[in-house]
Design a protein around this ligand. Sequence first.
Ligand code: SAM
Length: 279
Amino acid sequence: MAETLLGPAEIRELAARLGVAPTKKLGQNFLHDPNTIRRIVAAAGLRPDDVALEVGPGLGSLTLGLAAAVRHVHAVEIDRTLAKALPETVTAPHLTVHLSDALRIRGGAFDPAPTMLVANLPYNVAVPVVLHLLAELPTLRGGLVMVQKEVADRLVAGPGSKVYGVPSVKLAWYAEARSAGKVPPAVFWPVPNVDSGLVAFSEREPPAGADRTDVFAVVDAAFAQRRKTLRAALAGWAGGPDRAEAVLRAAGVSPQARGEALTVGEFAAIAAAARLSVP
Ligand code: SAM
């Protein structure tokens, strides 16, 4: 890696010079451990011809590692002070800084188009940010995100797991996800009071024959009452328990099953069956 990475002394000095007082509201916990940066960049599986998208570059710790590994980096930062200062820390010409809320950014904002999402995400909006960007950016072939450990566990969970839920199924619509390990609080400044987890994901074809919005509506309904059978949980969505049962049978799914046992393919089959059986 050609670039010098930021350690604790550099992070403190940079924050003091910019007058940055990290805020909880924006999830501002900055990485100050070069080994963790190297680990994230290695685990992301980047290729030199990749275009990386980083949400929340902060003081530039991870951005420096990414800039040394890929042909272009897009960094989306909501904090004006941090966005403005980033090009002074990361002087690479192949960096584009976007002063924006990642939840509002549109795919068309990026040229060249991002191929990999690599980010230490603001924890309070991590799942909506990942799902929003995957929906907006079909050019992404994969990525690696750092999130709160409990959220990482949920994102990679499969059917039957206690923590399998809406984020797991929605991420599975776009990508195959796996855990790439745990990260301790000590590598951040300020030190958070939770562990962090790395989630690596690679793009996959969504299930055929169903519309994403329809499938996500079934998923939301099934998990809104996750202890109920699908016949009961989907009654409101389907227009009554009998109609829910008919749709489930047409999809080849037991009406007595619970949402927590279903794959994303089975949720897609339910949405497709509902569409076919509309009078
Ligand atoms: N990447 C840096 C690092 O690893 O040291 C900082 C990561 S820090 C956990 C999260 C960063 O996301 C902060 O810089 C924060 O200002 C930024 N942020 C918070 N909410 C955001 C949003 N909605 N859109 C873009 N950036 C956001």
